[in-house]
Design a protein around this ligand. Structure first.
Ligand code: KG4
Ligand code: ZN
Length: 320
């Protein structure tokens, strides 16, 4: 079964084709219109998706050499409602026109299952850490559609904290990759930052962000590189601490990472050296992409799932 996947939940317009041997084409257009606002502007995102979705889908079909896939899967949420609606409705229209099955996919499940697209994929059960701009959640994945939340952030998502620190430093948007780059030139021990760990296996990143702000107001002010390196090290410590605790608690030592922050150099290095059995998708599959949506959709379609074309977008939608 060859599945066309569409992803438009935030600021990437993406289309991909995935078949039995994996990815056939994966096209992502990152919207640049938001950079000067320092964050994603929902209305502009929706309009930019409308402008690009046709060309992005056409490019993916062309690259894969496919004229009519066997099914269409599109992100139905969570995300910016106007943005989600574009890909969801475009996907429904294509499915109706081609007369093939349609399925709405949960964006978070896309991230969570994306490590299964790789040649070296985790066996069930595995832990999945989804660290993105909107979510920071640790799941126990027992099988397709059988997920339990072990821990999550009680305030900011890790990616959001990266973006806020980047904004404080005036680095630009999206901030994560810029902080990552600058951190490589700094000393992770230079600025003393807390490792806030609230109850159970949860995280809290808003205090860390406030601590960074305080350091930026102190004299002498630490260098931007030292701030980035120290902040990144603190986030990495918190993520790793919870992952190790979850592995101990569940006895499951396989852990898959997904979401934009899983593209972070510090996160990747620390997890690779953690002693856990770590599954890290390549960077372009950590950030938003349509291959993960096509893949998650394909697994459910193969299991018999179908959605009616009346399916609604769900701006808020948890997977567990
Ligand atoms: O998964 P994603 O592309 O979109 C969401 O579903 O949110 O994640 C985007 C988030 C942004 O906050 C971005 O700053 C962060 O991931 N990010 C990074 C890196 N690349 C992207 N954070 C730290 N280091 C990176 N290299
Ligand atoms: Zn995402």
């Amino acid at each position: 079964m060859i599945v066309l996947g569409l992803e438009t939940s935030c600021d990437e317009t993406a289309a991909a084709l995935v078949g039995p041997d994996g990815e056939l084409a994966d096209v992502t257009h990152s919207q640049e219109v938001h950079a000067r606002f320092g964050g994603v502007v929902p209305e502009l995102a929706a309009r930019a998706h409308v402008e690009k979705v046709g060309a992005v889908v056409a490019a993916a079909l062309d690259r894969a050499g496919v004229t009519r896939p066997d099914a269409v899967a599109a992100t139905a949420g969570p995300g910016l409602i106007g943005a989600v609606l574009v890909g969801l409705n475009y996907g429904k229209a294509l499915a109706a026109g081609w007369d093939v099955p349609f399925l709405g996919v949960n964006h978070l499940e896309g991230h969570l299952l994306s490590p299964l697209l790789e040649a070296r994929a985790p066996a069930w059960p595995f832990l999945a850490l989804v660290v993105s701009g909107g979510h920071t959640t640790l799941y126990l994945c027992a099988g397709l559609g059988r997920y339990t939340v072990l821990g999550q952030t009680v305030d900011d998502a890790a990616g959001e904290a990266f973006d806020k620190v980047a904004r404080m430093l005036g680095l630009g948007y999206p901030g994560g990759p810029l902080v990552d780059r600058l951190a490589a030139e700094g000393d992770p021990m230079a600025v003393a930052l807390p490792r806030p760990l609230p109850g159970d296996l949860d995280w809290s990143f808003s205090g860390l962000k406030t601590a960074v702000r305080q350091h930026l107001l102190s004299t002498p002010r630490p260098s931007d590189a030292d701030v980035c390196a120290s902040f990144q090290a603190a986030v990495v410590d918190c993520l790793l601490q919870r992952a190790l605790a979850a592995a101990r608690r569940t006895g499951v030592h396989r852990i898959a990472l997904g979401g934009g922050v899983a593209a972070n150099s510090g996160v990747r290095a620390a997890f690779a050296a953690s002693g856990l059995d770590v599954y890290l998708p390549p960077r372009h599959r950590c950030t938003d992409n349509a291959a993960m949506i096509a893949h998650a959709g394909r697994l459910h379609l193969l299991a018999g799932a179908r959605d009616a074309l009346s399916l609604r977008a769900r701006p808020v939608w948890s997977v567990a």
